[in-house]
Ligand binder design. Sequence first.
Ligand code: AMP
Ligand code: ZN
Length: 114
Amino acid sequence: MNDCIFCKIIEGVIPVKKKIFEDDMVFAFEDINPQAPVHILIIPKKHISGLDSVKREDIEILGHIQIVASKIAEDMNLKEGYRLLTNNGIDAGQTVAHLHYHLLGGRTFAWPPG
Ligand code: AMP
Ligand code: ZN
């Protein structure tokens, strides 16, 4: 049995606050604990536990996620910029073991990140 919370979101077992986008490869939805005025999670429908688990065969999914992120940013009118990131592992603060990209926008972000 798969206990992954993001797999359950994809299956519709766990509801999301707001679905932003879905196709055969990816699902995008609002983060439950937003860190910016726009905070969307983009996840592959295939369960991949994190960036360190991606394989060569996942190249289309990974590329597609970035195209989808760019399209969502355009749709959300994030003309001043946005940030797309994934946290991998404990040091990076990864809390959900299903690959996900945070699309953050609507404010200025510091660099380097904390
Ligand atoms: P990370 O810390 O990079 O693993 O990010 C996990 C993200 O998932 C956090 O920003 C959480 O707020 C978010 N999250 C966890 N559960 C849910 C949920 N049920 N719906 C939407 N976002 C969630
Ligand atoms: Zn999963």
